[in-house]
Every structure is written in C-alpha cells, then in structure tokens.
Write a protein that binds this ligand. Structure first.
Ligand SMILES: Nc1ncnc2c1ncn2[C@@H]1O[C@H](COP(=O)(O)OP(=O)(O)OP(=O)(O)O)[C@@H](O)[C@H]1O
Ligand SMILES: [Mg+2]
Length: 225
C-alpha cells in the first residue's frame, strides 16, 4: 500500500461568512493529508475548525483557493459527481450528529449505503454497532437515545461505508472517558489497518494524542504542523 500518496490537499483556502459583520473564518490555509494518516485539529471555539472540515469535505465552498481529493479539484466536479463521490469516499461525523429523526439508529447507519444503490451487510453493521456499544439502540429513534448514543450512531454511519477519508468534528464531545477512548482506538484502527485517512477535530488533548500529527488553528489560520 502506498502510504505516501496524498489523498487530500488544500491550497490557500479562505472562507468569509457574509452578514452584518463579515467573519473571516478561514484565512489562506494550505495543507495536505496522506493516505492512512490520522490527523487531529485543535483550536479554540470559534477558531474555524468546523468551517475547515466542511470546506475540505466539499460541504461548503471556499471563497478563494482550491481543495483536491485524489488529485481532482472538488470545484470542477459538478454537483452530481461530487454528491456521488462524497457518498463513496467520504465519511463525515458531524458535531451535532445530523441524524434523521424519522429513522431508527440502524436505518440511519445504512442510509448512505442504500443511497449509493448498495445493500448493507447486516452482520457487519451490527459488528460496528457492538464495537461502539450501541447494539441496544438498533430500533430506537434519535429522540429515544442519549446524546452520546446519537453521537456513536453518527460515528457508525461514517464507518459503515468504509470511506477513504473520515472527517470527525468533535466525535467524542458527548462521551464519557471510556467510550471516548474506544472511539479513538476505532479511528486509530481505521487508519492503521484499513489505511483510511482520519481528520479529527477535538478539544481533548488526550484524544489528539492518538493522531500521527496535530494541526493547530487560531483565528482561521494554521499555526503549525
Ligand atoms: N453560518 C455562519 N454564518 C456566520 N458566521 C459563522 C457561521 N458559521 C460559523 N461562523 C463563524 O465563523 C467562525 C468559525 O466558526 P466555526 O464553527 O468554524 O468554529 P469552530 O472552531 O468549529 O468552533 P467550535 O469549537 O465552537 O465548534 C466563528 O466566529 C463563527 O461565529
Ligand atoms: Mg465546530
């Protein structure tokens, strides 16, 4: 496996939110991530971490600069191709989980697989749920689950499609220490064994230590590698 291969690259990306007062949330950021690399992004609340993750994943469009995945510019892909590409290659663990309230935990987890026109392997899905300790939530709706359980369903959904890149926005923000460690180990395994690239935002320095390297962001700028 070619570990040195760059899978994701951003050149001079900036993103300013317009409004009464414009907010420059990202300022001329450049970075690259290799296949199988596990990277933590650390920075204060409001420093631009979620904005960066959304731009890197093609969920938001930068005002300047470009993002390339597997050498292909996201901006040049077009909506349909990008949507399909995201479903196949990108897993996103949202800070606010982003689960569908009308679907059970299991249905939420398999949704991206079905959207891609494939059929899930139920044993594999249950295996992931067991690893995350949420097998008892199989038929529960989001409003019947705790915040931490919903967070783990959102993690299971990202893992289930076995994407090349997993973006995780504070994936353990609502978990106890033991569950958080469990999630960190799962992500570490995804990187080590399955060569998936993990880009994880966290406030927790213990979580960040699981990564190969830590990227610090302050006021929308990358401080150091
Ligand atoms: N949709 C939006 N419209 C206007 N301003 C926004 C929007 N989203 C974020 N911002 C602003 O952009 C800046 C960066 O926000 P972002 O959500 O990226 O920070 P963050 O580092 O993820 O913070 P947190 O740790 O609290 O999640 C903040 O000043 C925020 O107020
Ligand atoms: Mg955030």
């Amino acid at each position: 496996m070619d570990k040195e291969k760059v899978v994701l690259e951003a050149n001079n990306i900036s993103r300013t939110y317009t409004g009464k007062v414009p907010v420059p949330a990202l300022k001329q950021c450049s970075m690259s991530f290799k296949k199988g690399e596990f990277v933590s992004i650390i920075g204060k609340s409001g420093s631009g971490k979620s904005t960066l993750l959304r731009v890197l994943a093609g969920l938001d469009v930068p005002d300047t600069g470009e993002v390339m995945i597997n050498g292909e510019k996201i901006a040049e892909m077009g909506d349909t191709k990008l949507a399909k590409f995201r479903r196949n290659h990108i897993g996103f663990i949202y800070q606010d989980y982003n689960l569908f309230n009308e679907y059970t935990a299991y249905e939420n987890i398999i949704l991206p697989i079905h959207l891609d026109g494939r059929k899930e392997e139920p044993e594999k899905i249950m295996g992931i749920m067991e690893e995350l300790g949420i097998e008892h939530c199989r038929d529960k709706f989001p409003e019947e689950m705790s915040g931490g359980e919903q967070q783990r369903v959102s993690i299971a959904r990202a893992l289930a499609i076995e994407p090349a890149v997993i973006f995780a926005d504070e994936p353990t923000g609502n978990l106890d220490a033991e569950s958080a460690e469990n999630v960190a180990e799962l992500l570490r395994e995804a990187s080590d064994i399955h060569q998936q690239t993990i880009i994880m935002v966290t406030h927790d320095s213990q979580m960040a230590d699981y990564a190969d390297w830590i990227m610090h962001i302050k006021d929308g700028a990358i401080l150091s590698k």
